[in-house]
Design a protein around this ligand. Structure first.
Ligand code: GRF
Length: 322
C-alpha cells in the first residue's frame, strides 16, 4: 500500500492555498504528498511556483465554452496519469461538470472564503461586510454537484474589524485558509485509520440490510440480524484486537478452507483473527487507504445472509429474482 495520499491541486490564479498545502506536505509526517498542480489557466502564477518547487505541473489551454468537455476529459486523464487519489481545489474558478464530480466523488475538496452555508458563490467578503457580520471566515468542504454545498469538513471564523474592506478582510481570511486547508486535508486523507469513522461507514452499510440492530460483542461494536433478543451476530468490528494491526471487520465465511485460501492469496486484505478465526469469522482489513468499500458491502450482505432467519433470506432471494 502507498504510504502517503497522492494529492493533485487545481488552481486558477495566485495559488497561495496551493503553496500552503505544498509546504505543509514537506513535513516528514505529512500524510499526503502533492503529485500534480494544474488548472484551467496556463498563465496562473501558482504554476510557476509549483514548477520552481519541483512539483509536476500540467498546463492546459484555458477552456472555452466549446472546449470545456475536452478540457475536463484531459484534466481527468492527467489526474489518473499522476495517480492522484485526492483532488484539492484551491481557487479553481470553474464549475465542475456533474460527471467529473461523480467520478471523483468523496475525493474532491474545496476551500471557500466564507462560513458556509453563508455566502456561497462569489464576493463573499463584501457580502459579509454588507450584512454587518462580526465575523467572516473560511470553510473546507467536500465537492458535490451543487456549488459550495457539500459536507463542511472544517471552518475558521475570522473577526471583522472596524474599517475593513473586502480586500483587508480577504487578506486576513487567507491567513486562516492557509492554516485550515492543510490540517483538514491531512485529517481527511488519514480518516481510513480512524476507528470511529470506519464504524460509521460499517453502520451506514449495515443499515441498508433488513432487521439489523447493533449489539456489543465482548466490548466491540457488532451488528446482528433478526430481532433484538433472538438475533444472530453477522459482523463485528475488531479494533486492533490482541495486538493485531488491523481494524478488521469480522464476517462469516463458508469455512476454514475459504478463509485460508483468501488469506494466502490476499494477505493485504484478509487475516485470521485471533480467537474468532476458530469459530469461522474471517477478518477483512478495513484500515486501508485503497479499500474498496463495495467489497465490504458484499461481505456484509453475504454474512447477513448466512446468519439471517429463513423468513428473511427467502425475501431476499425473491428480491434477487427481479
Ligand atoms: C481563496 O480565497 C479561496 O478560498 C477561494 O479562492 C481564493 C484562492 O486564493 N476559493 P489563492 O489562489 O489560493 O491565493
Amino acid at each position: 500500500m502507498r504510504n502517503k495520499a497522492r494529492v493533485a491541486i487545481l488552481i486558477s490564479g495566485t495559488g497561495s492555498n496551493m503553496a500552503a498545502l505544498l509546504y505543509a506536505s514537506r513535513a516528514p509526517d505529512s500524510p499526503y504528498e502533492v503529485v500534480l498542480v494544474t488548472g484551467d489557466n496556463p498563465d496562473a502564477p501558482g504554476l510557476v511556483l509549483a514548477d520552481a518547487e519541483g512539483v509536476p505541473v500540467a498546463r492546459f489551454p484555458a477552456p472555452t465554452k466549446a472546449t470545456r468537455p475536452d478540457f475536463f476529459a484531459a484534466l481527468d486523464r492527467a489526474l489518473h496519469e499522476a495517480e492522484a487519489d485526492t483532488v484539492a481545489l484551491a481557487g479553481f474558478m470553474r464549475i465542475l461538470p456533474a460527471d467529473f464530480v461523480g467520478a471523483w466523488s468523496g475525493k474532491l475538496l474545496n476551500i471557500h472564503p466564507s462560513l458556509l452555508p453563508k455566502y456561497k458563490g462569489l464576493d463573499t467578503h463584501a457580502r459579509a461586510l454588507e450584512a454587518g457580520d462580526n465575523h467572516g471566515g473560511c470553510s473546507v468542504h467536500l465537492v458535490t454537484p451543487e456549488v459550495d454545498a457539500g459536507e463542511v469538513l472544517g471552518q475558521v471564523p475570522v473577526a471583522i474589524l472596524p474599517g475593513d474592506t473586502p480586500d483587508t478582510l480577504a487578506d486576513r481570511v487567507k491567513i486562516a485558509e492557509h492554516q485550515l486547508y492543510p490540517r483538514i486535508l491531512a485529517g481527511y486523507v488519514s480518516r481510513y485509520q480512524d476507528a470511529a469513522w470506519i464504524e460509521a461507514q460499517v453502520d451506514a452499510l449495515t443499515s441498508r440490510l433488513p432487521e439489523v440492530t447493533r449489539k456489543t460483542s465482548h466490548g466491540s461494536p457488532g451488528w446482528q440480524v433478526g430481532g433484538e433478543k433472538s438475533g444472530k451476530l453477522f459482523a463485528i468490528l475488531a479494533d486492533r484486537h490482541h495486538g493485531e494491526d488491523a481494524i478488521g471487520l469480522l464476517v462469516k465465511a463458508s469455512g476454514p478452507d475459504e478463509m485460508t485460501g483468501l488469506i494466502e492469496a490476499q494477505p493485504e486484505a484478509y487475516y485470521w483473527p485471533k480467537y474468532y478465526g476458530a469459530s469461522g469469522w474471517l477478518g477483512v482489513k478495513l484500515n486501508r487507504r485503497d479499500l474498496d468499500w463495495s467489497q465490504v458491502a458484499d461481505w456484509l450482505e453475504r454474512s447477513w445472509r448466512a446468519s439471517a432467519p429463513a423468513r428473511l433470506t427467502k425475501l431476499m432471494r425473491a428480491a434477487d429474482e427481479f
